[in-house]
Design a protein around this ligand. Structure first.
Ligand code: CA
Length: 380
């Protein structure tokens, strides 16, 4: 009897703690619908959204939660571990060419895997739609065994370049290996070709011992672990947010040809307990603008530019998985700092700004996190 009372009391305290946290938030949280392990969300010009589900489905969803059937003609996705269908991005001229870009995991030979990016025309129908003219424009190289650290976020900049984050695939050293495109941030033309002004297009001339065919030309920056967020600030400067190992999540201002030091340095340590020297021991590598221990586990990064939360304009919002929060980060030139953190009570996979400046949030689906789509609007 006593025990039951204490359980009842605990539940009551939990519920009221949650209610307390919600009442402190500067926004109203409205659950719209839910998905099967959602990963990414992108707005169509008409205000509806494309949502990816890790098992391989792409769904069109309206702002009131009406979902289409899965889009047909999708790539063959290798689902498992941290991988499956990943990001979705619209071509800057989507209204004219209908092109969308999808990142996903594809299987290789001998149990290997790697991320890939396909672009295809999205054809809408009453029931959902289908992809046509699909073409794989990028692949992780090399494919390796394991199911983690794909990265594979996509971002178009104002000049129309496609940025891809490529994770280290939990293999550490590829992040410093110029013959791999793992552990890098890459800059491509919209068809996957290499921009002539990328920093390492003439890398062969710098190192005669590397393969004469390689991925050098794609590379913009290196020494990254697992970048799950890419965003431009109001000046058009690229930043990334990446998962650290045990400790040491990083927000970095990404400069041309910059080396961010992983796995040589990190403000975290290996999960095995083995130490990794901190950033301040090796000044030749670029230090993070912000780092987090304990970690926030960033799943996504966006720049807020809307009118509904005017005091947040020019700030970044990061989706927090293990931290179960949205983290607001103020940018000031080359510096940044965590300005606030909003507890959401679930692992947050992605935060995207809607057409009116409202926020659309995807929860992860894992344990108590239910894969819901949430709409956030200001509290009066
Ligand atoms: Ca360290």
């Amino acid at each position: 009897m006593k025990r039951r009372l204490s359980i009842t009391l605990s539940v009551f305290l939990l519920v009221s703690a949650n209610a307390q946290a919600q009442s402190d938030l500067p926004f109203v949280v409205e659950p719209i619908t839910s998905f099967d392990e959602p990963w990414a969300l992108a707005f169509l010009p008409d205000g509806r959204m494309l949502v990816t589900e890790m098992k391989g489905n792409l769904i069109v969803v309206s702002q009131d939660g009406e979902k289409s059937r899965p889009v047909r003609g999708m790539p063959d996705v290798d689902y498992g571990g941290q991988g499956g269908l990943g990001d979705v991005a619209l071509h800057p001229d989507f209204a004219e060419n209908g092109l969308i870009y999808l990142s996903y995991v594809e299987a290789g030979i001998g149990g290997t895997r790697g991320a890939a990016v396909t672009r295809a025309v999205f054809n809408e129908t009453d029931r959902g739609g289908y992809l046509s003219d699909a073409e794989v424009i990028w692949r992780q190289y090399p494919k390796v065994v394991g199911k983690g650290h794909y990265g594979h976020r996509l971002l178009f900049d104002a000049e129309g370049y496609l940025w891809i984050s490529s994770g280290d695939r939990q293999k550490f050293t590829p992040a410093q290996d110029m013959q791999a495109n793992l552990g890098k941030i890459l800059r491509l033309n919209d068809d996957g070709s290499i921009p002539e002004d990328n920093p390492f297009v003439d890398y062969l001339e710098q190192d005669p011992f590397v393969d004469d065919e390689g991925v050098y030309g794609q590379i913009w920056s290196l020494g990254h672990r697992n970048t799950l967020g890419l965003a431009m600030d109001t000046d058009g400067q690229l930043w990334n947010i990446e998962m650290g190992p045990a400790g040491g999540d990083e927000l970095n201002r990404i400069v041309r040809a910059g080396n961010y030091g992983y796995p040589v340095v990190s403000n975290g340590e290996h999960y095995s307990g083995r130490e990794i020297p901190d950033h301040d021991t090796r000044p030749e590598f670029r230090e993070p603008a912000v780092w987090w221990t304990p970690v926030i586990s960033p799943g996504h990064l966006m720049l807020y530019t809307g009118d509904l939360f005017p005091e947040w304009r020019g700030d970044f919002l990061a989706a927090g998985l293990s931290s179960q929060a949205i983290v607001r980060i103020e940018i000031n030139g080359e510096d940044a700092r965590e300005a606030d953190r909003y507890p959401m009570g679930a692992r947050i996979r992605s935060v995207v700004q809607g057409p009116e400046g409202e926020l659309w949030v995807l929860e992860d689906e894992d344990k108590e996190s239910r894969g819901r789509l949430l709409k956030l609007t200001p509290k009066d």
